[in-house]
Write a protein that binds this ligand. Structure first.
Ligand code: ADP
Length: 595
């Protein structure tokens, strides 16, 4: 049993203990009440006995001295008149029997002289009341009438002649009326004689039973006086009754109270069924039981409610968990779907990126090759003319140029291949003046075409940088050609190339006096395919590629306005090898073609 249950069981246990204590106290009170009532009743019953006794006590005394009665013993009137006198006296006094005995104990006159069970002529000399009277004492005796069989109280007095008893006058008081009155009262009351024999009882079945087993000599004395005729005088209880408060008769237990009558050693006993002394216990236990049941109902009810609450909570929690689980499953599904969609999108993007890269590259190829190709066409046409004229010297020079252009294009295609295949771009120490000259050579035809003047200001000392020379050339070619294009429409179109060395970098600036670039467009001109040129050459890739190359090489490309008009492009090339620069400048195409 757990402590919890012990705690729960504590209130009813305490209640039961309190009820026990209360029941005990109330039983004590009940018993005291019963005893009080018994004492009152015993006093009353005692008075009825004493009253009967007093009522008849002097009757034999008077009769013993009345000549009308003593005639029967030869002291006056004849016996018949004595009989009549006694009959009349009995009728008037209410006595059961009145009779006169002579000195032998033989009845000489009796009130029932005319009845079949007449006492006249019968000898009762053995009766103690006779013997006592003959001793000159007052005879008092309770016994069952030997002739009539009726119990009664015998009171006897001697008839003295010169002081000597010569006969005895006796009154027998019938006690059955007393018993009937007791029985009608519905109470349990009985009287015992000096030997403890019940001779009066409201319960007829207890009559002539004893309070204890009688000793042999007592039995012998009773037998000799024939007091209780042939009654067996069995004890009422297995236990001798010696004034104890509790008494069991025929398996029924009683509260027992007794008192001395003050006559012939008689005692009066008053019994109350023991249950009546427990009257208060019943409501106490009923209330206790009700409270315990009430408590049990409340405890079980609360427990049930708690259990119901807990199970409702559990149900709610499991429902919540289920719900959460379902949401999680849903979210996982959604995530997978999104991941899948993302993967698809990435693949799509990679595809389109690849396509874009291919497109960009194709455009770049066209762009980068168209210039040398058109130059090649011009040289070939020139050579043909010089050969037709027979000027082989100039033709040979032109062929030289054609050869270098062819080499240029080869290296360009190689460069483009490098875009596609990373790791092929070579970084080396370069004198930037060589790159500028190479670029100028490629861009020259455009200047000649447009009639724009190109001025290049370069220091005499080498401008050594660590970079990819062909790419730097590529940028410079783009910048020079754009500048030539911009200044083409000017009357005195001029393009200047200036070089400036700082501590950490070399600045190459290309200035023109063309229309310049509106501030709002300065960002956009570096976007791929942004072009304002209407001819087929304008593909809008030159600056985009240049910007990427510059950044790739750890440099910068920027634009600003020229004064009074035109544009200034500035290429900053790192002067010294720096950890920040990319080892592989061609990587800029990598993300576009990588999965
Ligand atoms: P493309 O030369 O094929 O148009 P670019 O990327 O080289 O492509 O140039 C993009 C655009 O930038 C040009 O179309 C032109 O409008 C503008 N631009 C470039 N350089 C100059 C310049 N020096 N002066 C004015 N505008 C320029």
């Amino acid at each position: 049993m757990s402590t919890r249950w012990l705690i729960l069981a504590l209130p009813p246990l305490l209640l039961i203990m309190a009820a026990l204590a209360l029941a005990y106290v109330f039983q004590e009170l009940d018993e005291a009440g019963v005893d009080r009532k018994a004492a009152e009743r015993l006093t009353l019953y005692r008075q009825t006995i004493i009253g009967e006794y007093q009522k008849y006590r002097y009757l034999p005394y008077m009769i013993a001295r009345d000549p009308r009665a003593t005639a029967s013993i030869g002291l006056g009137q004849p016996a018949e008149s004595a009989n009549r006198f006694l009959e009349e006296m009995a009728a008037n006094s209410g006595a059961d029997l009145l009779y006169v005995m002579n000195a032998d104990g033989t009845t000489v006159a009796a009130s029932n002289w005319q009845k079949p069970l007449s006492l006249v002529g019968r000898n009762y000399g053995f009766r103690p009341y006779f013997k006592a009277a003959m001793r000159g004492e007052e005879g008092q005796f309770f016994a069952i009438g030997l002739t009539t069989g009726r119990p009664g109280l015998f009171l006897a007095r001697p008839t003295p002649v010169e002081g000597e008893p010569v006969g005895v006058a006796v009154v027998k008081v019938d006690t059955r009326d007393l018993e009937t009155a007791w029985a009608e009262g519905g109470e349990l009351v009985f009287a015992t004689d000096a030997d403890g024999v019940i001779f009066l009882s409201s319960r007829p079945d207890w009559r002539y039973r004893t309070l204890a087993d009688l000793p042999a000599e007592t039995r012998a004395a009773i037998a000799s006086s024939q007091k209780y005729a042939k009654e067996t005088l069995k004890p009422v209880s297995g236990q001798p009754v010696t004034g104890q408060k509790q008494l069991t008769i025929d398996r029924q237990t009683f509260r027992h109270n007794s008192t001395d009558v003050g006559l012939l050693g008689w005692k009066l006993h008053f019994l109350v069924p023991v249950e009546e002394t427990h009257n208060s216990a019943l409501p106490i236990w009923a209330v206790t039981l009700t409270l315990c049941l009430f408590y049990a109902v409340i405890v079980l009810g609360l427990r049930g409610r708690r259990l119901r609450k807990a199970s409702a909570l559990l149900r709610q929690e499991s429902a919540d968990l289920k719900d959460l689980n379902q949401r999680l499953v849903g979210e996982i599904k959604e995530r997978r779907r999104v991941e899948h969609a993302l993967l698809e999108a990435q693949r799509g993007l990679a595809r389109s990126n690849r396509l874009a890269a291919v497109g960009e590259m194709s455009a770049a190829v066209v762009h980068e090759l168209s210039q040398p190709l058109s130059a090649l066409r011009m040289f070939v046409a020139g050579t043909r003319k010089f050969l037709e004229k027979g000027d082989t010297q100039t033709a040979a020079e032109n062929l030289q140029e054609i050869d270098s252009l062819q080499m240029r294009m080869t290296s360009l295609t190689q460069e483009l291949k490098r875009f596609a295949r990373p790791g092929e771009s070579r970084i080396e120490d370069v004198d930037l003046r060589d790159s500028i000259q190479a670029a100028e050579k490629i861009a020259r035809p455009r200047f000649e075409e447009t009639g724009v003047l190109l001025k290049i200001d370069m220091p005499d000392t080498p401008l050594i940088v660590e970079t990819a020379p062909l790419r730097i050339e590529q940028i410079l070619v783009n910048l020079l050609r754009n500048a030539a294009d911009a200044a083409a429409d000017e009357d005195d179109g001029v393009v200047q190339l200036q070089v400036q060395e700082t501590g950490t970098s070399v600045l190459v600036r290309v200035l023109d006096n063309g229309p310049g670039i509106p501030v709002g467009l300065r960002e956009r001109i570096f976007d791929p395919f942004f072009s304002t040129k209407t001819n087929s050459e304008g593909m809008g890739l030159g600056l985009a590629i240049s910007m990427r190359i510059a950044e790739d090489l750890g440099g910068e490309l920027s634009v600003s306005g020229n004064r009074p008009k035109g544009a200034v492009f500035e290429l900053k090339v790192p002067a010294l090898k720096s950890g920040d620069t990319a080892d592989d400048p061609s990587e800029y195409l990598e993300p576009a073609i990588a999965e």
